[in-house]
Write a protein that binds this ligand. Structure first.
Ligand code: DOR
Ligand code: ZN
Ligand code: ZN
Length: 352
């Protein structure tokens, strides 16, 4: 057994379904999945029911996180068509503003240019504006970032051309960072056909040309984020399957397998999954008594069942990976070991 110690990982893109859809996930189950995956901090998305677009809903969600989260949690505020006047208030207690410009799960979306301009003009920072912006929408938000001098973070980049455009924007000095997901790095449109609803998410799985492009241009990628988007099996097997797949418990094993295959190094994993996320979102430095232990030699097959996430399935089931989270220590307390989550609900801290 080769055990290495890594700093607690940070996932800057997690859907936890609080408030309103806790049959899919809640803070207790989602943060248990986070710990099992080696994440000690996660940033939760606002496309909940209702969406997190007012200070009241943000406060209620933070209180729920404080009472029930098993790892540290930051919460995004959502941009709605009618809440730009609330952004200065929302900024105090959120890890960033999330704007959806393209098709997603739930109604939170802004297509109207005037409303987008208002949000870019009003968001006070210093936290970034995270965007779901694909293809032409990406060009649009890069223009807005330049004009309003706002720090933007591009979520789940999935196409080669998008990453090339972000590279050009970075070369021009634009304040832009970006993430890619393990599913866009490890799966392509052939897998989508094989997986049916379990391979459906937004942005969709792309061609092999695009998937390979993410690896070729990985030096322009700031961080790996899971876009953990839990839905139940029954929902996925319905006639209208919602988009999204769980990812917290498989992200690190997949990335460690890529290290084994020579596609990246351990130090790149630390940068992409811990250091850069903390830097981009101004999170506190990892405490000395918080770390994870990983068996880099463990070879295992990703199972169908037995997950901490309430989704209870994985699109990667059947895949052999090398590398497994053995133990997680949060502020000196053993919170995960031998596949058992020991963390009590409420031991996580709410950031911001
Ligand atoms: O596939 C997705 N699922 N894409 C999104 O943008 C939202 C997410 C969800 O909340 O399920
Ligand atoms: Zn998205
Ligand atoms: Zn998402």
């Amino acid at each position: 057994m080769t055990t290495i110690r890594l700093p607690g990982l940070v996932d800057v893109h997690t859907h936890l379904r609080v408030p309103g859809q806790t049959h899919k996930e809640d803070f207790a189950s989602g943060t248990a999945a986070a710990l099992a995956g080696g994440f000690t901090t996660i940033l939760a998305m606002p496309n909940t029911q209702p969406p997190i677009t007012t200070p009241e809903i943000l406060d209620l969600t933070r209180a729920e996180a404080q009472a029930t989260a098993r790892c540290d949690v930051g919460i995004f505020a959502g941009a709605a068509i009618n809440n730009s006047h609330l952004l200065p208030l929302l900024a105090h207690h959120s890890c960033g503003l999330k704007i959806y410009l393209d098709q997603t799960f739930g109604p939170l979306r802004i297509n109207d240019l005037a409303t987008l301009m208002e949000h870019f003009a009003t968001w006070p920072g210093p936290q970034p504006i995270a965007v779901h912006a694909e293809e032409n929408s990406l060009a649009q938000v890069l223009g807005l970032a330049a004009i309003y001098q706002q720090k933007i973070h591009i979520c789940h980049v999935s196409r080669r051309a998008e990453l090339e455009l972000i590279a050009r924007a970075k070369e021009r000095g634009l304040p832009v960072t970006c993430e890619v997901t393990p599913h866009h790095l490890f799966l392509n449109s052939d897998d989508a056909a094989r997986l049916g609803p379990y391979g459906q998410m937004r942005p969709p799985l792309q061609s092999e040309y695009d998937r390979a492009g993410l690896w070729e241009l990985l030096h322009f990628v700031d961080c790996i984020a899971t876009d953990h988007a839990p839905h139940t099996r029954a929902e996925k097997e319905s006639s209208t399957p919602p988009p999204g797949i769980p990812g917290l418990e498989t992200a690190l094993p997949l990335m460690l397998t890529a290290v084994d295959a020579g596609k990246l190094t351990f130090s790149q994993i630390i940068e992409l999954m811990s250091t850069a996320p903390r830097r981009i979102f101004n999170l506190p430095a990892v405490e000395e008594n918080t770390w994870i232990e990983v068996d880099t030699g463990a070879i295992w097959s990703i199972p169908q069942f037995g997950w901490q996430t309430r989704a209870g399935w994985s699109s990667f089931a059947g895949r052999t990976v090398r590398g497994r989270v053995e133990r997680v220590i949060l502020r000196g307390v053993e919170v995960y070991a031998q596949q058992i989550v020991m963390a009590a609900p409420g031991c996580g801290e709410v950031l911001f």
